[in-house]
Design a protein around this ligand. Structure first.
Ligand code: OGA
Ligand code: MN
Length: 290
């Protein structure tokens, strides 16, 4: 049985139906979802209720999973709880370390680019949604790259950016990152332009974790990052996902940026569960693209 694939925007994204994520996938369906992931960068699956265990099994069809960072709800497991609640269902204290970590998700980012081997993809399931706000937006670094002039492509192909979790967390609050996290996750180099080995298409890899570009003065580097981010996040290259119960969204961290949108965290409860497809290796070593 073939899948039904309906594009979400002209630039990227598709709704995919015709399979059950909580049941074992045939090799054919797994292959079709993988191919759609490479082509569309963001896949939306509606009406796919999942338990944590089912989400892990579904996700592992597409590669090994990352383990959740120390100091987060779900750390040491393959599940991250993106929520304003603690594991016991109580609300996180506003301004607390855990709450600030969540606030950083409102900045445009790509998951785990602060790790030497950045995440390939992320799979997020809606477990409890809010009445207002709490959408998730995506921006295509691929559509952005493909829209650039030949001169700009030449200027940026081969550049290496420095990503760190401390950089993005400090944008939210100077205390948002703990000393232990900073020691465990030192800054890492990443290619600014990544080529997808499956189809050869290139994408900008941007996001809030970037603090510098190798060999460039900081003000020039950040001006360039801001310019490229402006291109990637223009309306034509973005998609806003308004969550329905039991939605699952799978995205390619090598090709898109994303950000959460605000909601009333003091009065509503939102729970999203993420599994993260591990990357296969570093994208830059010794200041050069690999
Ligand atoms: C994530 C993330 C944003 C959101 O799951 O990686 O950034 O809207 N989520 O929950
Ligand atoms: Mn994220």
């Amino acid at each position: 049985m073939a899948l039904r694939i309906e594009p979400l925007t002209e630039a990227f994204g598709a709704t995919v139906s015709g399979f059950a994520a909580r049941e074992p996938l045939s090799a054919e369906i797994r292959g079709e979802i993988s191919a759609a992931f490479e082509d569309y960068s963001v896949l939306v699956f509606h009406d796919q209720p999942l338990s944590d265990e089912q989400q892990i099994i579904f996700s592992e069809n597409f590669g090994p999973l990352e383990e959740t960072l120390p100091g987060l709800v779900g750390s040491g497991s393959k599940i991250v709880r993106i929520s304003n609640m603690l594991a016991d269902g109580s609300l996180k204290e506003p301004g607390s370390h855990l709450a600030l970590f969540g606030t950083a998700n409102l900045l445009w980012h790509s998951d785990s680019t602060f790790k030497a081997a950045p995440a390939k993809g992320s799979i997020l399931s809606a477990r409890q949604i809010v009445k207002q706000g709490g959408d998730t937006e995506f921006a295509s670094g691929r559509a952005a790259y493909e829209s650039l002039s030949a001169d700009m492509k030449q200027r940026i192909d081969g550049l290496v950016a420095i990503h760190s979790i401390a950089t993005s967390r400090r944008k939210v609050d100077p205390n948002a990152v703990s000393a232990a996290q900073e020691t465990a996750l030192p800054p890492v180099p990443q290619a600014l332009v990544r080529r997808n080995p499956a189809n050869g298409r290139k994408a900008l890899v941007l996001g809030s974790h970037i603090g510098a570009i190798v060999g460039m003065a900081d003000d020039e580097a950040m001006a360039l990052i801001d310019e490229l981010t402006g291109i990637a996040t223009q309306k034509a290259f973005t998609y806003r996902h308004v969550w329905r119960p039991d939605d699952v969204v799978m995205w390619d961290n090598r090709a898109v940026l994303h950000r959460g949108r605000p909601y009333d965290e003091a009065n509503e409860r939102r729970l999203m569960v993420r599994t993260t497809l591990a990357g296969d290796g570093p994208t830059a070593v010794d200041g050069r693209i690999v």
